[in-house]
Design a protein around this ligand. Structure first.
Ligand code: NI
Ligand code: MN
Length: 230
């Protein structure tokens, strides 16, 4: 399993020979490690409608024929925009696509898609657990800390947790470290920081907070474009 951080909340997973893009906010992302034309996903997972997550998902799916996975409202929006292959789901559900198990889990945030000042689609924000033979990854999406994370850890036992640490819109380092304590993954990779000045954050602070806890989790800090292999 290979996990590449594309900057912000965008990740490319290579799992059981399937390429999964999560939250491909690439154009307009000052830290993007790839352009929307450089990705060839099989699946695109969208955590919520904000432009720094939905990003280029619709255009990428239209160009590549990749399947877009989203909560019902996002899936319908994508379909209306001309995406051919869509998997709609909702929190708590698991689907099997391309041989991978994908579960939508809760995230505490908001989700409206706003275009030109108008709300064009809604829905609830989510996180994803993606599981295959080679391992299990939890992408938390944009979220505050919640006890739900303990259930995610217990039920799905993720090897890797991708956690926002930027604060202001999501958890900060202190809350994300507490999340690690609840989830107990083998590896935690921080995300959703450093993209823009309002979410400037030192990932080493997150690492120190985790090291202070009684957990065996290794914090892996990536640069945009860097990969972690497990
Ligand atoms: Ni958001
Ligand atoms: Mn965000």
């Amino acid at each position: 399993m290979k996990i590449t951080w594309l900057g912000h909340a965008a990740f490319e997973l290579e799992l059981d020979g399937v390429t999964v893009l999560i939250d491909p906010f690439l154009s307009g992302n000052p830290k993007a490690a790839k352009s929307p034309d450089e990705v060839e996903p099989d699946l695109v997972l969208v955590t919520h409608g904000h432009s720094d997550h939905l990003g280029d998902a619709i255009d990428i799916c239209k160009r590549t024929g990749a399947t877009l996975v989203g909560i019902y409202e996002i899936a319908v929006h994508a379909q209306n925009q001309g995406v051919e292959n869509v998997e709609e789901m909702n929190i708590g559900g698991t689907i099997e696509v391309e041989g991978l198990e994908i579960t939508q889990v809760p995230a505490w945030h908001s989700s409206e898609i706003v275009e030109d000042g108008e709300i064009v689609a809604g829905g609830t924000p989510v996180g994803y657990v993606v599981s295959g033979e080679e391992g299990t990854v939890y992408h938390a999406g944009d979220t505050g800390l919640s006890m739900d994370m303990k259930l995610i850890g217990e039920l799905y036992e993720p090897d890797v947790a991708l956690l926002p640490i930027g604060s202001r819109f999501t958890m900060g380092p202190k809350e994300a470290a507490k999340a690690v304590e609840l989830i107990e993954p083998d590896v935690a990779i921080p995300m959703h920081y450093g993209t823009f000045p309002p979410i400037e954050q030192d990932p080493e602070e997150f690492k120190r907070e985790v090291e202070r806890l009684d957990v065996d989790t290794e914090v892996v800090i990536l640069e945009p474009g860097e990969s972690y292999e497990l």
